[in-house]
Design a protein. Structure first.
Length: 239
């Protein structure tokens, strides 16, 4: 090993070294989101970062340690940004849900690679970040969110047909799936817009209408009226 390399590896890291490490993580996570972790080599990360493979190993030693760093320093931060402000004991159900939606869009705006990585490596069977994600999911807050929604349904604030334990799954899919699959849909229809303002407006409208107890009552009333009219027509009576 050249003397310069030996001295570099033996010295205390300078601030610019930490920038280089951050850059390596940024490049790695972008490649993982685009190609999948299993299909991305250390050599590819190094080449895209403009460094040698030895530099990647210098900072992360092994592939597993690189994944650990990526998860702890990127995904755990995303989990915290979404869930830390949640107060299920005091927040109104609709405001609570809309707050989670907003923060999820805040996160994906600053981490545009997250939806694809989520779909590839957490949702998919065999995803290489799935077990890490399971270990860090804020289970207590997720359960408290479900309880908050259940109270809203029981009190008449929300649509009683909602399944409280499935609502967050629906929110997650509404926010993440369109972003993760945007390239596919834009190939099919180039005019489709996936900008944040459009997606957030769409998701909030779906949730506000679907969660509303008033909307549910009106829908049920219309359905009942329609059923009565159909039955009358079947019997030959005027509706």
């Amino acid at each position: 090993m050249p003397q310069a390399a030996r001295s570099r590896m033996g010295r205390r890291p300078h601030p610019q070294d930490f920038d280089a490490r951050e850059h390596l993580l940024d490049v790695a996570v972008a490649l993982f989101a685009e190609r999948g972790i299993a299909n991305t080599t250390v050599a590819q990360i190094a080449a895209a970062s403009g460094v040698t493979s030895a530099m990647v190993h210098y900072w992360f030693q092994t592939r597993e340690k690189l994944l650990d760093a990526l998860f702890e320093e990127r995904l755990v931060a995303a989990f915290g940004a979404i869930w830390d402000p949640v107060d299920p004991e005091h927040d109104e159900p609709l405001a609570l849900t809309q707050g989670i939606v907003k923060r999820m869009f805040d996160v994906t705006e600053t981490m545009p690679w997250l939806p694809s990585l989520w779909l590839r490596e957490i949702v998919n069977e065999g995803g290489l970040l799935r077990e890490r994600a399971f270990a860090r999911i804020p289970v207590q807050k997720l359960a408290a969110f479900g309880q908050n929604i259940a109270r809203g349904c029981a009190s008449g604030q929300l649509n009683a047909q909602l399944e409280p334990l499935l609502l967050f799954n629906s929110v997650l899919a509404l926010v993440m799936l369109p972003q993760a699959t945007a390239r596919i849909w834009q190939r099919l229809n180039p005019r489709t817009s996936f900008d944040r303002a459009t997606l957030e407006r769409h998701v909030v409208a779906l949730l506000a209408q679907g969660m509303s107890a008033t909307t549910a009552v009106e829908t049920n009333a219309k359905a009942a009226t329609g059923a009565t009219s159909t039955a009358r027509r079947a019997k030959g009576k005027p509706s």
